[in-house]
Design a protein around this ligand. Structure first.
Ligand SMILES: C[S@@+](CC[C@H](N)C(=O)[O-])C[C@H]1O[C@@H](n2cnc3c(N)ncnc32)[C@H](O)[C@@H]1O
Length: 334
């Protein structure tokens, strides 16, 4: 029976108490900046995770449908590539893992010898995966790791010699700014062994109207998802954000190619966060930056592989050319 492994040495994630400390530290640092900011990784409390699941099913949010189409088209190619040797299917930030099920079903169908290791900071998501797979795929070898991406990969390095296929789906990589993206990919490459594979999702540049609808859907689910961050601070850090006095604003930066999401104070106000023993003043129409979602040109994706130690093995796009999943391999000589 699967159980969630609290990765040893992953002090930040061993207990709720430490998670709360980190949340407190990051909110303080973010709201003290001249341009206020809260990191998007804090979206995923219990309610935030539920709202994100609803977003991925919304017709305006094309990303999930595109990636499902791609995975259905390339799952057999991946199964053939991995062949009969034992391997680890490692997923960074799986969320509820619905897309991964397509690959797992194919790999089990082809009788491949693998262990699935989802790595997530959200225990709620990991338990969801355990329950779901126990019911649908009781044969699956499953080792859920409750950890930050790289702590999880460190644990894996110490505990398995098998070849790895790392999945980083959705457009999670687009949430990093360009400098952090390069650091992340270098770090990923150095955490793996030569010959390991990574399968990465990149959202491509496209008509701005399509982007705007995806990040500000007609039913207001994305708005609620973003505002839930303030509710989380109210609940966990004992704050008094009045949600009615904040709005959600999404915009596309034509120069950087990033969708940017903000929470905007609709009037001058003061908010007190008791856990920080501090009050923060907001001007009218002052933003809190909460998310970047970078969109890529195919040439930029190739360049990222070349600059960070990977060889490009294959690329897959959907029929509308909205999204690209790329398969890279760690160079034999790093
Ligand atoms: C946007 S969801 C993506 C879910 C899924 N990959 C998809 O394509 O729909 C981001 C997921 O990554 C997790 N996550 C975010 N930052 C993380 C980190 N630094 N380490 C581990 N998991 C993280 C979140 O808890 C959540 O499950």
């Amino acid at each position: 029976m699967s159980r969630v492994i609290d990765v040893p040495g992953s002090a930040d994630f061993e207990s709720c108490h430490d998670e709360l400390n980190e949340f407190r530290r990051d909110v303080l640092a973010g709201l003290n900046k001249p341009q206020k900011q809260i990191q998007s990784k804090y979206f995923y409390d219990e309610h935030g995770s539920e709202l994100f699941n609803q977003i991925t099913r919304h017709p305006d949010y094309y990303l999930t449908q595109c990636e499902i189409e791609i995975l259905n088209n390339c799952k057999n190619r991946l199964a053939r590539l991995l062949g009969s040797h034992p391997f680890n299917l490692v997923e960074l930030g799986p969320g509820e893992g619905i897309k991964t099920q397509l690959l797992i079903n194919e790999f089990l169908h082809e009788s491949l010898n693998f262990n699935y290791l989802p790595i997530d900071i959200s225990k709620k998501y990991l338990y969801m995966i355990i329950n779901d797979f126990r019911e649908k795929q009781p044969r699956l070898k499953l080792t859920p790791l409750h950890a930050d991406y790289f702590r999880g990969l460190e644990w894996l390095r110490k505990n398995s010699q098998n070849r790895n296929l790392i999945l980083f789906l959705g457009s999670s990589i687009g949430n990093f700014d360009p400098v952090i993206t390069l650091e992340f990919l270098h770090h990923l490459c150095n955490s793996l062994n030569p010959g390991d594979y990574v399968f990465l999702g990149f959202d491509l540049r496209k008509n701005v109207d399509v982007l705007m609808s995806a990040y500000d859907d007609i039913d207001g689910i994305t708005r609620d998802f973003n505002l839930n961050l303030l509710k989380r601070i109210n609940r966990e850090l004992n704050a008094d954000f009045n949600i009615e006095k904040f709005g959600h604003y999404a915009t596309y930066n034509v120069y950087t190619g990033a969708m940017e999401s903000y929470l905007i104070s609709m009037e001058p106000q003061i908010v007190t966060i008791e856990a920080l023993e501090k009050s923060f003043s907001f001007d009218s129409i002052e933003p809190i930056h909460v998310e970047y979602s970078h969109k890529y040109l195919p040439s930029q994706i190739d360049q990222l592989a070349q600059e960070t130690g990977f060889v490009i093995v294959d690329k897959f796009t959907d029929s509308r050319n909205y999204f690209m999943d790329t398969l890279w391999q760690v160079k034999e000589q790093k």
